[in-house]
Every structure is written in structure tokens, then in C-alpha cells.
Write a protein that binds this ligand. Structure first.
Ligand SMILES: *Cc1c(COP(=O)(O)O)cnc(C)c1O
Length: 289
């Protein structure tokens, strides 16, 4: 059972966690968030997620009312109090209770815990994407605004696609609704859009791991390059590395998940295991000290 949430630095009963309707997140969609997993009781890559959360806030001229160290301590405390070994954590920073329905007020900060999503790092026969001409409004900021993705869910379903691929001006591939996008050329060259995307924490880990095995490029990717790609895949916190086998009516490579995505998936799993072992070792050292 997840018994607790944290609101503005205080533990509250999870069922009673709430905001007033005058919050700018409700009235104007003004809020940022982040989401990460914890396993074996340890948050994965917490510093990367905290850095991104604080950076999102800064870019919108919002302020997280706690230091990173203090906020990290609250996150660890919540996980300990809920007593689960694994799960997900959502961080949320909202515009606050606005006096006039428009100007930001004192922000509200929430730490919410969830069970581990059922689809976490699931292996897949590959998904099909529908392109959509769109560029997220402030691509570097993880805002709570997913209007485009959510409103197109019925259309996706009707056409038999699994997810969207956002293409700026119909020309430049950027990312998906909740995932970063990679292509593989010549069976080894790993390429991902380098501009106007949310800088995913999984994207960062995969770029690092891919760099140990393959040539890696972060650059603008034109839609016309799809026909030359041997493989495509998504990265995200929940998806890990997820192969993409079709985009609109075009098959990627031979239309099956490729070897590079499979290798990077394995590398990612090993990397997480090594990270968790390191975290456990540090925790034991602290206990013994
Ligand atoms: C969260 C998100 C991603 C993936 O980032 P991760 O840190 O790997 O989960 C990619 N694009 C968008 C728009 C996102 O919101």
C-alpha cells in the first residue's frame, strides 16, 4: 500500500493529497513535473532527474522552495515511509493559488508515489508510429501539458498506431509525446535529434552506453532519412529502449527490431544493475560508519 504523499514538505495521507482549484496548474496548465523509478529501495539516477526538475523550473521563472539536498531527503523519506521496494515517483511544481487566475503565487510542490508501471522496460516486437507535424512549446521543459498527445489518442487507435512522432514543420524529426527518438544507420551509427527536444535522462544513459560501442551523433534529423535507417527506437524512463518498426506506412529496415536496439537494451539493464549495486554498497557503508 502507498500510504503517504508529500505536499509542500509535509507527509500527508495519500488519499487526501489535493490542491485547491485556484491553482494555476488547473486554471492555466502552468506546472512542471518529473518522473523516475526506484528499485530495491533506491531511486534510479536521482541527481539527473533533480537537475532536470530544477532546470525546468528555472526556465519558467519558477522556484522550487527547497534545496536539492533537502528535496532529495524528502523523496527518500517518502519512499522509506511507504515501505515499497520498487515503484515510480512523480515530482510536481505548480503555479500556486493565483489571486487573479493568471499571476503565479507561492508554488505548490508535490511528491507522489505509484506502483511500478506494468509496462516498465517490457521487451517488444516493435511499435508503429504516426507522424504529426508539431513542435512542443518549450521543448527543454517537462511541462504537464500533453494536450496534443492525449487529444490524438482516439485518432491513433482508429488508425492502428501505437504512438506519435513529432516532426517540426513536417521536416525535422524531434521526439515523441513522452519519449526520445533514435535512428540507427549502416547497422551501427546511432543518431538522435540534438535540438528542440526534452533532454531525457534515459536518452543521456543510452548516448553514454552507445558511445562505448558505436559512433554516436546528436544532430538535426530530416524526415527523408527514415528510408535509409536500419533501426529506430524510443527511450524513456518507463519504456527503457523500445524498438520502432514502422512509421506511417514505411517499414524501418526489415520491419523487425534490430540488433543495435537489442544490444542497447541489454546494456541499459546491466547499467541499472551496476548502478543499484553501487547505491546498496554506499548505503551499507553509511550504516557501518
Ligand atoms: C519525459 C519525456 C521524455 C523522456 O525522458 P526520460 O527522462 O527518459 O523519461 C521525452 N520527451 C518528452 C516530451 C518527455 O516528456
Amino acid at each position: 500500500m502507498i500510504n503517504y504523499s508529500n505536499i509542500n514538505g509535509h507527509l500527508v495521507a495519500a488519499g487526501e493529497a489535493s490542491l485547491k482549484v485556484s491553482d494555476l496548474s488547473v486554471l492555466r496548465g502552468f506546472a512542471i513535473f518529473d518522473f523516475f523509478l526506484f528499485r530495491k529501495g533506491h531511486p534510479l539516477f536521482l541527481n539527473d532527474y533533480l537537475d532536470r526538475f530544477y532546470r525546468s523550473a528555472q526556465l519558467l521563472h519558477m522556484e522550487v522552495p527547497f534545496s536539492k539536498t533537502d528535496f532529495a531527503r524528502q523523496i527518500i523519506q517518502l519512499i522509506e515511509r511507504n515501505g515499497q521496494e520498487e515503484g515510480g515517483i512523480r515530482l510536481l511544481l505548480t503555479g500556486g493559488y493565483s489571486p487573479d487566475g493568471y499571476s503565479p503565487a507561492e508554488p505548490n510542490v508535490l511528491i507522489l508515489q505509484y506502483p511500478l508501471p506494468a509496462k516498465t522496460w517490457q521487451s517488444s516486437q516493435g511499435i508503429k508510429l504516426m507522424t504529426h507535424t508539431f513542435l512542443r512549446e518549450i521543448p527543454e521543459v517537462k511541462t504537464t501539458n500533453y494536450v496534443t498527445g492525449i487529444s490524438l489518442l482516439p485518432e491513433l487507435k482508429r488508425c492502428g498506431f501505437d504512438d506519435l512522432l513529432f516532426v517540426e514543420n513536417g521536416e525535422w524529426i524531434r521526439e515523441s509525446v513522452r519519449s526520445n527518438f533514435f535512428l540507427v544507420f549502416d547497422g551501427q551509427r546511432v543518431v538522435t535529434p540534438g535540438n528542440k527536444v526534452l533532454l531525457g535522462v534515459t536518452r543521456k544513459q543510452i548516448l553514454h552506453l552507445a558511445g562505448k560501442r558505436y559512433p554516436v551523433e546528436e544532430r538535426d534529423v530530416h524526415i527523408s532519412e527514415l528510408k535509409e535507417a536500419h533501426e529506430a527506437f524510443f527511450t524513456s524512463t518507463i519504456k527503457g529502449v523500445l524498438p520502432v518498426v514502422q512509421i506511417d506506412d514505411q517499414l524501418i529496415g526489415d520491419g523487425k527490431p534490430g540488433l543495435v536496439s537489442a544490444q542497447l537494451y541489454q546494456d541499459f539493464i546491466s547499467h541499472v544493475e551496476a548502478y543499484l549495486e553501487e547505491q546498496s554498497r554506499k548505503a551499507r557503508q553509511l550504516m557501518e560508519a
